[in-house]
Write a protein that binds this ligand. Structure first.
Ligand code: NAP
Length: 284
């Protein structure tokens, strides 16, 4: 690296973001590590002095804006932005409170947009920069019971696709990453936030949840779930590449579902998903 570049990684207290912050710091980037859990960030910073902890709740519009103003007025611009912070909640649409869906969009989409807006002026001044947005395989198709989460990732895809055109003339690269299922705290947190849906859903939906649960158990039965290093290494490769592609995908279900989604008709894919998720013959 000719000069010491500055990277910003959101969601750096665990999983993919933590591994990415580590790898970038090892490569010599000065890394601003954002997440709510301060102790986790401080522990990470003790591993490598290139990491600067920045405890922040991205869902709080006031603190988010303060941080964005800091970014806008910082003497050294962010050269590499990894928009990674995100979470999920589950349930059939009738079971998910609108407030929970709004909270999901605040972090997975609106904070991503605002932080990006705050980094772009510095990148434009330098006529270079890399923005990596964490989508998901569900950025292209939803699983039943996670429509709102998939909606945030579909929105991330759309924002990324438009932005890629808008900023390429300034030498800024926008790359979308679509992980399959990855072993992090993500799943456990989604379960915690969702709570026991089965006990509070309408009795009408109970057989649905049962069939879907059995279908998903079967779908996952032969799957080896990789750790976050798979995606962190991919992100590092993107950042260091002279000419990264627009989109990368890695992990389970990329070939089995994402590739199918990109090639089948809507009706064909709907039937494939019904079969894969155990819902094909279900009539209630
Ligand atoms: N794991 C998967 O299977 C998978 C698959 C596809 C895509 N993804 C995407 O990959 C990204 C990383 O997920 P992961 O698997 O690494 O999950 P994770 O281990 O749960 O990490 C999520 C990170 O986001 C941060 N975060 C959540 N809410 C926040 C808030 N309000 N303010 C600031 N930071 C917040 C968390 O930090 P704090 O809790 O400390 O705030 C944590 O550092 C997410 O965008 C996710 O949607 C994951």
């Amino acid at each position: 690296m000719e000069q010491r570049e500055k990277a910003l990684v959101t969601g750096a207290s665990s999983g993919i973001g933590k591994e990415t912050a580590r790898l970038l710091a090892e490569k010599g980037f000065k890394v601003i590590a954002v997440a709510r859990r301060k102790e986790r960030l401080e522990e990470l910073a003790r591993e490598n002095p290139n990491i600067e902890p920045k405890p922040l709740d991205l869902s709080n519009s006031e603190t988010l804006e303060e941080f964005c103003q800091e970014l806008l007025h910082a003497p050294e611009p962010v050269n590499v932005l990894i928009n990674n912070a995100g979470f999920s909640i589950r349930g059939v649409l009738e079971d998910v409170p609108l407030a929970s869906i709004r909270a999901l969009f605040e972090v997975n989409l609106f904070a991503l947009i605002r932080v990006t807006q705050a980094c772009l002026p510095g990148m434009r001044r330098q006529r270079k920069g890399t923005i990596v947005n964490l989508s998901s395989i569900v950025g292209k198709f939803p699983f039943p019971t996670s429509g709102p989460y998939a909606a945030t990732k579909h929105a991330v895809e759309a924002i990324s696709d438009a932005l890629r055109h808008e900023v390429r003339p300034f030498g800024i690269r926008v790359v979308t990453i679509r992980p399959g299922v990855i072993a992090t705290e993500f799943n456990e947190k989604a379960n915690q936030l969702t709570g026991d849906l089965f006990s509070r859903t309408d009795p009408d939906y109970k057989p649905f949840y049962q069939a879907y649960g059995a279908g998903m158990a079967k779908l996952f039965s032969n799957v080896t779930i990789p750790g976050p290093e798979l995606i962190a290494n991919l992100i590092l490769k993107v950042v260091l590449s002279d000419s990264p592609r627009a989109v990368y995908a890695a992990g389970p279900f990329v070939d089995e579902l994402l590739e199918q989604r990109l090639h089948l008709t809507d009706d064909e894919f709907f039937e494939l998903m019904a079969e894969k998720t155990g819902l094909k013959g279900l009539r209630l």
